[in-house]
Ligand binder design. Structure first.
Ligand code: 5SP
Length: 218
């Protein structure tokens, strides 16, 4: 599973302007799509039809992060839209074990996201159903927030849990990651980095992606 690792940069988009830039840079091998519903998080972004339209321009893995209530109702839609990895939140799902199994049954890799206030201990009973753990390093809902330092400790805990249980996990970190702190995040154990404003807010998107990749793989 960790053929993607050691370190992947995932250009994260949640707005159509960012999606246009994404299409311009469609050589990106791994794309993280933020889906927000205005209920689980205060923001609204895109749904499965837009993800499906963008999929045609993505030359690589599409990783969809569902920040929505009742994600179970939409698993098949995002499979049909072309998601390779589908991530749901521990906090939005009533029967998370069943939801993770359902994602895999549909032929996608299963991702489990933990908000900053959710401890890593909840993974203990779920680890065998999870391909990727997403440690949120901001409270979900908006780009451009500051990185919460305690996330580094959680990444270390997930890495240790993976080693203890013999699982080759993808460990993703999302929120407030930029060129200034990406190495610290990778050194803690992350192997998939999500970056939104640091990529799409840059003057030169391609050069910034290259700089990220260099720092992450040094
Ligand atoms: O999903 C979220 C927040 O809800 C994150 O993906 C952010 O959108 C990442 O943006 P930056 O913090 O990198 O600007």
């Amino acid at each position: 599973m960790n053929a993607l690792a050691p370190s992947i940069l995932s250009a994260d988009f949640a707005a159509l302007g960012e999606a246009v830039k994404l299409v311009e840079h469609a050589g990106a091998p791994y794309i993280h799509v933020d889906v927000m519903d205005g209920h689980f998080v205060p923001n609204i972004t895109i749904g499965a039809p837009v993800a499906a339209a963008l999929r045609k321009h993505i030359n690589g893995i599409m990783d969809v992060h569902l920040m929505i209530e009742n994600p179970d109702a939409y698993l098949e839609d995002f499979k049909a839209a072309g998601a390779d990895i589908l991530t749901v939140h521990y906090e939005s799902t009533k029967h998370i074990h069943r939801t993770l199994q359902a994602i895999r049954k549909l032929g996608m890799k299963s991702g489990l996201a933990l908000n900053p206030g959710t401890p890593v201990e909840v993974l203990e009973c779920l680890i065998d159903e999870v391909d990727m753990v997403l440690i949120m390093s901001v409270n979900p809902g908006f780009g451009g927030q500051s990185f919460i330092p305690y996330a580094l400790e959680k990444v270390k805990q997930v890495k240790a849990l993976g080693e203890r249980t013999g699982r080759d996990l993808l460990i993703q970190v999302d929120g407030g990651v930029g060129l200034q702190n990406v190495q610290e995040v990778v050194n803690a154990g992350a192997n998939v980095i999500v970056a939104g404003s640091a990529v799409f807010g840059a003057q030169d998107v391609s050069a910034t992606v290259q700089e990220f990749m260099k720092l992450m793989n040094e």
